[in-house]
Design a protein around this ligand. Structure first.
Ligand SMILES: Cc1ncc(COP(=O)(O)O)c(C=O)c1O
Ligand SMILES: [Zn+2]
Length: 473
């Protein structure tokens, strides 16, 4: 995959605690040099001390039988995803900062299976990885919050800086508070005061930057440099990758089958990169199938990767295709978590998607309330707008023929409604006010179901004929 074979491995001198306690090292993805833990990584500003790359894999020394046991044994006394402590990047259990995140339900969503079968004659199984009720923030950012806080605590770091459009700042604020670490969050001015309050209420620092997200990031970087504080890493951050890797560990623990397709809303792509990392680690032990096909969905209002992918595909992926992508300044999406107009990770992520046999596509942002209403109706689960973009990707994929008979589809429901109350309002159609009982209409739930599905048919699925033609039906 992304890792070129290192021509040589040089060992960096150890720092920090004795090596006997250490269960992992970091290995630079570009030059292969081994970095002896996070103390060294932070000392070199979260970059490889040899070549400056910001991509490093955590490599565990955990013995294979111990890893195999993680999926069968009763939990080790640590809550949540920390039952996988032996393959998470913290050496001492006392440094674990957790709110019990990660062990969320993975549901079968038969209503989507029925739809695929009836509408497209595709028999597939559909699972929803329900991060919508995660403990701290109701998003899958809890996973990173917990790992980052634990790693920082273990390495004696007292201050941390991050720029964020929302979810990350809120998750980090909560976990860093629990770890006794001071946090400086930079969020764009446009972000709601509620978001700022969710960080500030813990007594953490939040700066609303007069400008867009790009300026916010620059300011956070300058602040971190000026005050010599570590800054939250980007999409390649090994702490974030290890956190999201736990999603696939849960598939192994809870399901009898490994997914053939993984669907997620796409911003920078840490999620799919983390699943791929997990597969690289565990496939040699025979614990998982091959990497699933990554079907990644961007909002139609901010889809630079989907646009680049479409173009590259049209041209047959010519030499150097992965280096060509547009950059959108001030993307006009209302989904702040997916507002990444500069697709910096595309040159790494897109080849990974191609290797997996997957797709990068765009889903109509205006149709997200409809998707969320459908899920609320069928499963009494309230998903957030980014999750609706992900699930919308399932419908797009059906339409374009990217889901096949026999597929086992895992959809990451990455956030619940808790983080986006304004989105809840768009899911609610009947806004009538009444003055008398005569004004109160009766309505049958079955009628509502028909309305929701019809609307889906008429808007989202209106390209179905083209897909049928492509399939030769
Ligand atoms: C709910 C949700 N879905 C998807 C994403 C995109 O994540 P990734 O970095 O894997 O593209 C994010 C965060 O950016 C998110 O908060
Ligand atoms: Zn390197």
């Amino acid at each position: 995959m992304r890792a070129p074979q290192p021509s040589q491995k040089r060992k960096i001198t150890r720092t920090g605690t004795g090596s006997a306690a250490k269960k992992f090292i970091l290995r630079c993805v570009l030059c292969g040099v081994e970095i002896d833990g996070f103390a060294r990584w932070f000392a070199s500003e979260q970059r490889c001390p040899e070549c400056g790359s910001d991509q490093a894999d955590v490599v565990y020394r955990t013995a294979a039988p111990k890893i195999r046991n993680l999926f069968n044994q009763p939990p080790n006394g640590l809550p949540g995803m920390w039952r996988y402590f032996d393959i998470l990047p913290v050496n001492d259990r006392k440094n674990v900062v957790t709110a019990g995140e990660g062990l969320v339900p993975i549901d079968r969503w038969e209503f989507l299976e029925d739809y695929a079968r009836k509408r497209f004659k595709i028999r597939c199984r559909v699972y929803a990885h329900r991060q919508d009720d995660n403990y701290a923030t109701g998003t899958f950012k809890d996973l990173s919050g917990s790992i980052v806080a634990s790693v920082l605590k273990e390495n004696g770091i007292k201050n941390f800086v991050a720029s964020s459009t929302g979810n990350t700042a809120v998750a980090y604020a909560r976990y860093l508070t629990a770890a006794g670490i001071s946090f400086y969050a930079f969020i764009p001015q446009k972000t709601s005061i509620m978001q700022a309050a969710e960080v500030g209420c813990f007594g953490q620092n939040v700066f609303r930057v007069k400008g867009d997200y790009t300026l916010t990031k620059e300011m956070a970087m300058a602040f971190a440099r000026k005050n010599k504080m570590p800054l939250a890493g980007g999409n390649f951050d090994p702490m974030r990758i290890e956190a999201k890797k736990t999603m696939m560990l849960e598939w192994l623990r809870l399901l009898d089958e490994f997914p053939t397709v993984y669907i997620q809303a796409l911003s920078g792509g840490t999620g799919p990169m983390a699943i791929a990392k997990g597969c690289r680690d565990l496939a040699p032990l025979g614990l998982c199938g091959p990497m699933p096909r990554f079907i990644l969905s961007q909002s139609s209002r901010c889809a630079p990767m989907a646009a680049a992918w479409k173009e590259a595909k049209k041209k047959g992926f010519p030499e150097g295709w992965e280096k060509t992508y547009p950059i959108y300044r001030n993307p006009q999406t209302r989904i702040a978590t997916l507002a990444a107009g500069f697709p910096k990770t595309y040159p790494v992520l897109a080849p990974l998607v191609r290797e997996s046999g997957g797709e990068i596509l765009a889903f109509d942002e205006d149709a997200t309330p409809l998707i969320a209403r459908l899920v609320a109706f069928e499963r009494s689960v309230r998903i957030g707008p980014a999750a609706a973009i992900g699930l919308g990707g399932f419908f797009e994929a059906l339409k374009s023929g990217a889901i096949c008979d026999g597929d086992r589809v895992m959809i990451n429901i990455g956030e619940g409604i808790r983080r986006a109350p304004e989105f809840l309002v768009t899911m609610f159609k009947e806004k009538a006010e009444v003055a008398s009982v005569e004004d109160c209409r009766l309505s049958d739930r079955r009628g509502y179901r028909a309305d929701v599905w019809n609307e889906l048919e008429n808007t989202v699925m209106n390209g179905k004929k083209a897909a049928d033609d492509r399939r030769g039906r």
